[in-house]
Design a protein around this ligand. Structure first.
Ligand code: NDP
Ligand code: X2W
Length: 345
């Protein structure tokens, strides 16, 4: 299977290159750049020396179709919405890592992303690619919208409890933290070393573009509208997301009950690992891997459960999940090219 990557010079794109280098059935045949076509990707990423030496291609749907069967879009918001119609009409399969096709309502996209939405007809064609929740619809889909990094960690941590009615959805609070690679490669004041190092700060409170994405899936699971408090923080580390979630428990449930429920819900899903009672995952324990690890604590005094969910934002939160979706789209084993152990320490 021949693969092209638009946005190959960004962090998501370069992570796709890293992971696909060891995929047994997919071969990257075109790395694409809107600003550096004709130069080698090794100029910006010397670690790819000897791995991807060919020159970057321009963004040209006909040329992409001539070289590839599937295209990954790892581009900033507002790019895929314009490119996807041309790529789909050219007969390409698509996996979009951006937020352009996750929300089905153009008005909601405009409200949260502050940009024009994609054409509604194309929004309807995109399948939300969270395999552990929507596995059946991802299978064989020609156009997949990869979930956001924060929603992946958060939803995998909340879906079974919401779906089974074990927590009151109106009480959910999500306290999320991300490493700085989540903001992409572009330099900015908020992400440069002296602003970030030895610092820890909240950002986009009640304004984060992932809020409607999280609420979309939770509402689907609860079969009624759900709104949630979602707070994001920047941590002085490169990779990793931790979502710590709080909600009121409905009925008498222990941490072990939650563990048993989640183990049963995620049975046969190789990338979700449920921790034993009293053990809560840390970001380093999934670093460089496609795992999402989840742990629980139930407080009988408050009647609340605390759920801790961690991922590597660039792998399960972006490129790894995109490859998992490629595998499902092609009818392959979903673990192909993703069977590696987290790098530790
Ligand atoms: N970083 C992360 O952890 C995650 C990122 N995402 C999403 O994935 C997407 C990519 O993120 P990330 O790799 O971090 O971002 P980066 O900023 O690191 O890279 C984005 C790349 O897109 C390319 N690009 C910019 N404008 C255009 C355009 N008009 N047409 C084609 N290509 C363009 C740029 O390369 P060039 O100038 O060479 O074309 C750039 O390198 C974003 O939508 C992001 O929100 C989703 C989940 C996690
Ligand atoms: C640390 C950091 O800045 N993270 C980014 C994640 C952006 C992202 O992945 O955006 P989409 O999923 O919407 O494309 C943020 O919080 O906006």
């Amino acid at each position: 299977m021949k693969v092209a990557i638009v946005g190959s010079t960004g962090y998501g794109g370069v992570e796709l290159i890293r992971l696909l280098a060891s995929h047994p059935l997919a071969e990257v045949t075109s790395v694409i750049s809107s600003s550096s076509a004709g130069t080698s990707i090794t100029e910006g990423y010397p670690h790819l020396t000897g791995i991807r030496e060919e020159l970057l291609d321009d963004v040209d749907p006909a040329a992409i179709k001539a070289k590839a069967d599937v295209v990954f879009l790892a581009t900033p918001p507002g790019v895929a919405s314009k490119l996807v119609p041309q790529l789909l009409e050219a007969g390409l399969k698509i996996i979009d890592l951006s937020g352009d096709f996750r929300l089905k309502s153009p008005d909601l996209y405009k409200e949260w992303y502050k940009k024009e939405a994609a054409d509604e007809a194309y929004l309807k064609r995109a399948v939300f690619g969270l395999p552990e929740v929507y596995g059946d619809s991802v299978q064989d889909a020609p156009f997949i919208s990869n979930p956001g990094c924060y929603p992946t960690a958060t939803l995998l941590g909340l879906v079974p409890a919401v779906k089974e009615g074990w927590i009151d959805p109106s009480t959910i609070i999500i306290d999320a933290k991300s490493g700085v690679s989540g903001a992409g490669r572009g330099a900015s004041l908020g992400t440069h070393y002296s602003e970030l190092n030895e610092n820890f700060r909240a950002y986009k409170l009640n304004q984060h573009q992932h809020i409607p994405e999280i609420e979309m899936v939770l509402s689907d699971m609860a079969a009624r509208p759900v709104v949630a408090t979602f707070s994001t923080h920047l941590v002085p580390m490169t990779r990793g997301i931790m979502s710590t979630m709080y909600a009121s428990v409905q009925g008498e449930r222990s941490a072990q009950d939650f563990i048993d429920l989640y183990k049963s819900y995620y049975e046969g899903r190789p990338f979700v690992r449920i921790r034993p009672e009293g053990q809560w995952p840390s970001t380093k324990e999934v670093w460089g891997s496609n795992y999402c690890d989840i742990g629980f604590a139930v407080d009988k005094r408050t009647g609340r459960v605390t759920i801790v969910s961690v991922i590597d934002n660039l792998v399960k939160g972006a490129a790894g999940q995109a490859i998992q979706n490629l595998n499902l789209m092609m009818g392959w084993d979903e673990t192909l090219g993703l069977q590696f152990v987290p790098a530790y320490p």
